[in-house]
Structures are given as structure tokens and as C-alpha cells.
Design a protein around this ligand. Sequence first.
Ligand code: DGL
Length: 280
Amino acid sequence: MKQHLSHTPGPIGVFDSGYGGLTILNKIKEVLPEYDYIYLGDNARTPYGSRSFEIVYEFTLQAVNKLFEMGCHLVILACNTASAKALRSIQINDLPNIDATRRVLGVIRPTAECIGSITQSQHIGILATAGTIKSESYPLEIHKLFPDIHVNGVACPMWVPLVENNEARDEGSDYFIRKYIDQLLQKDSQIDTIILGCTHYPILLPKISKYVPEQIRVIAQGEYVAKSLKDYLRRHPEMDAKCTRNSNCLFYTTEAEDKFIESATTFLNCPIEVQRISLE
Ligand code: DGL
């Protein structure tokens, strides 16, 4: 059933299951500061990483529809789990019915594109949620572009809860940070590049850097996603014209507002206002 959506230009939507997408939004705003954004975090239902394909797809589609209703013509799934499990279905099956002129983009493809020019050993590691690792989206996307690169991944089911519960800087988190890094390096000792394949993980970078050997490069996705979005808008002037530019950013969460403000302010280093919404 087609929805009645406004054709007037609107902000760019940025969606994540929780706070992780803020690491992507930060970089996007650095590269494209003049645009307007709506950030939506489904904090009440995070984490997505351990949920089934059907549920991640259902939740992500609800969020995308909400951002379209709010006036966005372009939505970035700033969440690897949603990009891995829901993006293709939404692009192929849902967008034609909702509004074929709207677009939803993910974060896995832009990350895969950058990797060829970074690795020397041609051995890379992926740290991501169980859902993203199980989907095999990273090896699939990377091998489409760089068939000779060896890709090994390890799921880090404890990392998102550490971030969502504000434990990222706590001493107790060290055990779990080290555990998954060690598992990855045991799988392949030739790895010279590790992709943080979950948008929450850059928040753990100070601790991750402690346990990754110096010669291995750790890649956070924000910079690459931001560059890729800039390039997309340059190549698609019809979409660029539908994105407003007043340097505004609105925040929405499915959790309590004060909880979101407390954590988001730490990640963003600036005060924000947020509104609670329901996606169901
Ligand atoms: N930040 C998300 C990702 O990039 C999702 C984490 C989660 O909700 O499990 O995968």
C-alpha cells in the first residue's frame, strides 16, 4: 500500500539500533555540515545484533518508514546489523511500494570499498555483532571487489551492551575487549587491518587500541561512510536537491529522553535535545 509522503525537501535520516550511529553521524556532519539531519536510535529495543533476520528487518523497516514520514528522502542505516539483515529487502521489496524515489543506504558497502587500498598483507579481520558475522555480508561485499583478500570475522556479543550501558570506559570491560581481539588474531596471524564492523565499537577504541598490536591498523567506518555519502550526493543531484541545508540536527529515541541525553552527550561532546517516539 502506497503511503502519502510529502514531496518537499527534508533532512537526511540516520538510523541505528542505539547510540552507535552517533559515531557515523559525527563524521557525516564533519564532511557535510550544511545539511539537516534526523537521528533515530531504537534504544528501547537495542541490541539488534543477537536478533533474528525477521525481527531486525521488521524493526528497521518501521524506523525507515518513520523517517520517511518525518520528511526524509534519504535514510542511512548507520548500523551494520540492519545493513546486513534488512537493507537489501527494503531496497528491493519495500521501496517500490513505499515511494520509489526515496533511498536507503547502508554502511557495509562503503567500508568494503575502502579496504583494498589499506591492507598490504591481504588478510583482514572483522569484529562485529553476531548477526553481521553470521550474515557473511562483509566477506561477500569485500570479495565482490577484492576476491583475493582473506577475510576472517569474530562476533563480539558483549561489546554493544558495554556501550549501551555506559561501561565503555570501565575497567571491567577490558576482559571482553581483549577476548574477541585475541580470538580474531588466533584465527589469522597475518591480519594487518581490522574493521570495526559495528558502529558502536569506535566508542570502545581507547580500550581496543590497548590490545591490538601496534602494526595492525584498526578501521572505524565513519570517515568512509561520510565520504561515500558526499560522493553519492554529488552523483545524484536529484536526491541532493531533496535534502535541506540549514545545519540542523534533531534527535529521536524510542527510550526515555533523559537516558538518551546522558549517554549521547558523552559521545557527541555537546548538549542536545531529544524526543521520545514509538515505532510500533
Ligand atoms: N550499531 C549496530 C551495528 O553497527 C548494532 C548493534 C546492535 O544493536 O547489536 O551493528
